[in-house]
Design a protein around this ligand. Structure first.
Ligand code: GLY
Length: 389
């Protein structure tokens, strides 16, 4: 393990509680502005603006509200989250901006959470409709779920590593309905994804294309990373959490080794403060922004995986997760509502480079999933927590 971890302190129980207390207060403070409308995917000048429920990220905001409700039991949070569940039901019934694979990101932390926490029938209905929407993007020839765009175009015939987090919705749907089709598709997708997006050195491709006629693997490419052959920090972090969830749901032993490989690659490419730059190509001394959200996502993945590992390995990853969270808490978390209406600073959503074609926005800002996974990690460290995923 890299020397940077040797003497780095771990977050304490008191800091974890303080962190959650601030999140709860901050969410309550901004709730009136963000109940009928949602926080935008990313902040501007560290402040989120209100938007309609039409982006892939809106579920994280409702998820934050549910996590705060679990922490404080404040009824105002529950009421607001229920209003948002209505909005998610309306969205999926009317197919508003759901022609993509992000049904898990949208419906697990909002509607599956509502069902698990309160028995919400609307949450259940919405999440099952979302699962149907997700499996409609499955390609039986290539054996994967297509991420983006129209289904009949060869230029869209690809999967992306992020999708591993959309799959728990399918496992949940099979469990709820007794119909194995959701789980079967999830399993096929995981198999295709890990066989192709994880490189020999355990760095990862962001996206991978297949031949539309034969389903054969074609080539990897980045979308949001610095360049094709680099490892986009968040893609690698989705890989860490994705492999932990893949193991949780399949029990396949080879996924433990893949989890370890992908995680060690992530950890050995961290700068001194344990929070990655937006692409793992960069390190201390590079004039590049961080992606703090990747640190929280990876911490959640490690905290999930420790449940299934032998005690030595479990201790190793638990300690690292607590060290990463210490840095996030000390150096990145918002501590004053005048500085930001979000929870964690210095994330990067999408940064243009000479080698990628992606949009350029949400650079060195808060973003919704960064806030959500920071809270999820704190929650996981404070008590036994039933996953929304
Ligand atoms: N899933 C899209 C992203 O991580 O930016």
């Amino acid at each position: 393990m890299s020397v940077i971890f040797e003497n780095y302190p771990e977050i304490t129980g008191e800091e974890t509680k303080k962190g959650l207390t601030f999140c709860n207060e901050q969410i309550l403070r901004v709730l009136p502005q963000f109940t009928e409308r949602f926080q935008k995917a990313y902040s501007e000048g560290n402040f989120y603006q209100p938007v309609e429920n039409d982006d892939w990220t809106c579920g994280f905001w409702t998820g934050e509200i549910w996590l705060a409700y679990e922490f404080s039991g404040d009824e105002r949070l529950k009421k607001a989250a229920e209003i948002q569940v209505d909005s998610f039901l309306n969205r999926i019934r009317n197919k508003i901006a759901v022609d993509h694979h992000d049904m898990g990101f949208l419906y697990s932390p909002s509607c599956v959470a509502a069902y698990k926490l309160t028995g919400s029938e609307k949450g259940r209905e919405a999440a099952l409709l979302a699962a149907d929407q997700l499996i409609a993007r499955y390609h039986p020839v290539g054996e994967f779920i297509q991420a983006w765009g129209a289904m009949d175009a060869p230029e869209n015939y690809r999967l992306i590593i992020d999708c591993l987090l959309n799959l728990p919705l399918l496992y949940w749907a099979s469990q709820e309905t007794g119909d194995a089709k959701y789980r079967d598709i999830a399993e096929k997708h995981i198999h295709t994804a890990v066989a192709n997006v994880i490189r020999e050195d355990f760095s990862t491709w962001h996206t991978f294309f297949f031949d539309m006629k034969t389903g054969a693997a074609d080539h990897g490419a980045t979308c949001q990373g610095y360049r094709d052959g680099s490892a986009w920090a968040r893609g690698q972090a989705w890989g860490v959490y994705g492999m932990a969830l893949a193991y949780k749901y399949t029990g396949r032993k080879e996924y433990i080794d893949l989890f370890k490989g992908v995680t060690e690659y992530f950890l050995t490419h961290l700068p001194k403060d344990l929070v990655p730059f937006w692409d793992l190509e960069f390190t201390d001394g590079d004039d590049q922004p961080r992606d703090s959200s990747s640190a929280s996502i990876a911490a959640c993945g490690m905290l999930e995986m420790v449940k299934y590992l032998e005690s030595g390995d479990a201790q190793h990853y638990r300690r690292i997760a607590y060290q990463i969270m210490k840095s996030l808490y000390d150096n990145y978390a918002v501590k004053d509502g005048a500085v930001s209406n979000g929870l964690v600073l210095h994330s990067t959503y999408s940064k243009h480079s000479p080698y990628n074609t992606c949009n350029h926005y949400g650079v060195d800002e808060c973003n919704l999933w960064g806030d959500y996974f920071y809270m999820e990690a704190l929650t996981r460290m404070s008590r036994e927590w039933e996953l929304y995923w």
